[in-house]
Design a protein around this ligand. Structure first.
Ligand SMILES: [Fe+2]
Ligand SMILES: [Fe+2]
Length: 138
């Protein structure tokens, strides 16, 4: 397992400052969710932190999807499906957190998201933009 801290590292950069800033915020919200799983068994706390994460993730994913549309990124549908899966998974964790301990599964999922989505899928569309793609839709 990779380093368990979800602190921002330069290697996470996709090369677009606005997206990097949003990913920094996302990572800090990941920590806020997993922290509450450490500190408290209160379902309302878990629920509140998941709502915070979901709210920001909605903004971030919509921002990315708009960029992908604008720059005609060919994998935009598949990327959008992956964003939808994130919300499905969050809803499952929220439901299961009422009855049991979801901390390890949730940590695993968030780390997988960092390493497979941010580090691979997000870098791929950013590379498409940075390699000189032209705007196809405003
Ligand atoms: Fe992202
Ligand atoms: Fe994404």
């Amino acid at each position: 397992m990779e380093d368990r801290k979800m602190e921002w590292k330069a290697e996470y950069s996709v090369g677009l400052r606005e997206i990097d800033d949003q990913h920094k915020e996302l990572l800090s919200l990941f920590c806020r969710v997993t922290d509450v799983l450490d500190d408290s068994k209160s379902w309302t706390d878990v629920h509140y932190r998941i709502v915070e994460l979901r709210t920001f993730a909605t903004y971030h994913f919509e921002f990315e999807e708009a960029l992908m549309r604008m720059f005609g990124y060919p994998e935009q549908d598949r990327h959008g499906d992956s964003h939808k899966q994130f919300f499905i998974k969050m809803a499952e964790f929220e439901k299961h957190s009422i009855l049991g301990d979801v901390k390890q599964d949730m940590l695993q999922f968030l780390f997988d998201w960092l390493f497979s989505h941010i580090m691979k899928s997000d870098k791929a569309y950013a590379q498409h933009i940075l390699s000189g793609a032209t705007v196809v839709q405003s």
